[in-house]
Design a protein. Structure first.
Length: 501
């Protein structure tokens, strides 16, 4: 089954004189995955909101199932059979999975909710899509990945004909991504159309059938995914080739040891880790999800228990048993979830950048030097090229890439000797990723030791002077130079070394 179910022609939309979309056209076919690609600000969100009834286009037409339509409200779009899974979670954490799924969509008879029928429907969909989620569990007890699956299930249970997935994998582990791809394939096998948005190049090329690329509100092109290479796609997205995305590696890091871990154990069953990180190095951490990478990073930053061992910064023993102590010792962390762990979204950019280094600007232990604070914010705004209206703008209003820069600015303002990154480019477009990569290398060139964990193996390979590979809460390999390859890292991630394999 392969016929056009949805067509958007010559769509134009302006906001206060600024053109968000200019003459954009694309179409989706039943039984196919249509990838919508573009950097933050390219116009993806605007066109999706037009399709879901949040916005009405200034110009252009929408044809759905052979008829020209106009969606004035989200209800119009939903009633037509179009459903969108938003990147931001919309569940009520205090309710169960079952209650969230049927909230405002209850099955009733004679004014009474038919819970048994609802449970039968829910179990049918859980089995159909092989989701291992307990309907009775409170949502707040689920992992972020499981919550994302519940969000998807809320849409699937309505049996829509067009499903829009807005960055659905940004919070998912590798096995959860594979489950999602399996669900998508089942949906397309049923003749449904899926519109898929992601910033992960590999995912676009793996799951997509057709693709529309947008840049600055303009249509770059519509094309089949088959035969499209990573280099060609990246060039369309950012105007640069793949090899230009990552900065050059450090030819030879200095001999000065900045961070030293001695007989270090962050897990009760792990073997002692002995590890030295030198000034100017970028060290990558790789491993299958759940093998201790995040706990290892957090333990160094004072946010996870250390069972044994010593930590030295520039040869001096330091106490890192809490976040403030680690920060005082010169260790900063850019966390994996910037919105939950790194930012005060409803506070100003100025407050966010200044908060961690506030003690450096205190006068008489009571007063804050406002002039110095403003200068600090201006310094990192310019250094990191943060795009904002002004310092008073709320951090939550920024794009993902600029939010990540604010988190980085907050940590850099503490003047760290070691900076740890947990998933530094999660949910960020390719152009913003490149900026983050070059900023990380710039920090290393300035003498800061950079340690990063990423689930994106190409990111680890592209950025790292040295790679630590983790398996079952242990560092099982250290790779340098020509040994930093996808094959060798993957073997070590699976508990095999090159000789055994």
């Amino acid at each position: 089954m392969s016929d056009c179910i949805l067509s958007m022609e010559h769509i134009t939309k302006q906001f206060a004189g600024v053109t968000a979309l200019n003459d954009v056209s694309f179409s989706c076919e039943r039984g196919k995955v249509h990838v919508l690609a573009g950097e933050n600000g390219a116009g993806k969100s605007t066109i999706l909101k037009i399709l879901s009834g949040v916005y009405v286009p200034d110009k252009g037409t929408i044809t759905y199932k052979g008829e020209q339509v106009r969606f004035n409200t989200p209800t119009d779009s939903q009633n037509a059979g179009i459903a969108m899974v938003f990147q931001e979670l919309t569940q009520i954490n205090e309710l169960t999975v079952f209650e969230n799924i049927f909230l405002s969509k209850e099955k009733t008879r004679g004014g009474f909710i038919r819970r048994s029928e609802q449970m039968r429907i829910l179990k049918h969909y859980l089995e159909k899509y092989e989701m291992n989620i307990d309907p009775s569990v409170i949502v707040d007890r689920l992992s972020v990945g499981q919550k994302q699956m519940v969000e998807i299930l809320k849409v699937l249970i309505r049996d829509p004909e067009v499903i829009i997935l807005d960055e659905p994998t940004s919070a998912l582990a590798t096995d959860e991504v594979q489950l999602l791809f399996s669900i998508i394939r089942k949906l397309t096998a049923e003749g449904k159309a899926v519109i898929f948005i992601s910033h992960r190049i590999e995912e676009m090329l793996t799951i997509g059938d057709d693709m529309t690329v947008l840049k600055d509100g303009q249509l770059v092109g519509n094309m089949p995914v088959q035969g499209l290479t990573e280099d060609e796609l990246i060039t369309m997205l950012v105007g640069r080739r793949l090899q230009d995305i990552y900065p050059p590696h450090c030819e030879k890091p200095g001999d000065e040891v900045v961070l030293e871990l001695e007989n270090y154990r962050f897990h009760p069953n792990s073997r002692p880790i002995n590890f030295r990180a030198r000034k100017g190095e970028v060290i990558g951490i790789a491993g299958l999800t759940g093998h201790g990478q995040t706990e290892f990073i957090n333990s160094i930053a004072g946010l996870h228990r250390v069972y044994e061992g010593n930590v030295r910064i520039c040869g001096e023993a330091v106490d890192t048993r809490s976040g403030p102590r680690a920060l005082a010792a010169g260790i900063a962390l850019v966390p994996g979830d910037r919105k939950q762990e790194g930012l005060m979204l409803m506070q100003s950019i100025r407050s966010n950048i200044a908060i961690s280094s506030i003690s450096k600007r205190k006068k008489f232990g009571l007063f804050i030097d406002q002039k110095a604070e403003k200068q600090t914010v201006e310094q990192y705004r310019d250094k990191l090229r943060i795009k904002m209206r002004n310092m008073a703008q709320e951090a939550g209003e920024l794009s993902g890439g600029n939010q990540q820069k604010v988190v980085l600015a907050k940590e850099l303002a503490t003047q760290p000797k070691v900076i740890l990154f947990n998933e530094p480019t999660k949910g960020i477009d390719v152009g913003s990723k490149r900026e983050i990569y070059y900023l990380m290398r710039e920090l290393a060139d300035e003498g800061v030791t950079v340690i990063m964990y990423s689930t994106d193996l190409m990111e680890v390979i592209g950025m790292s002077d040295r790679v630590l590979v983790m398996y079952e809460n242990n560092v099982t390999a250290q790779l340098t130079g020509a040994d930093i390859t996808e094959e060798k890292i993957t073997r070590c991630m699976m508990g095999l070394n090159t000789e055994e394999a």
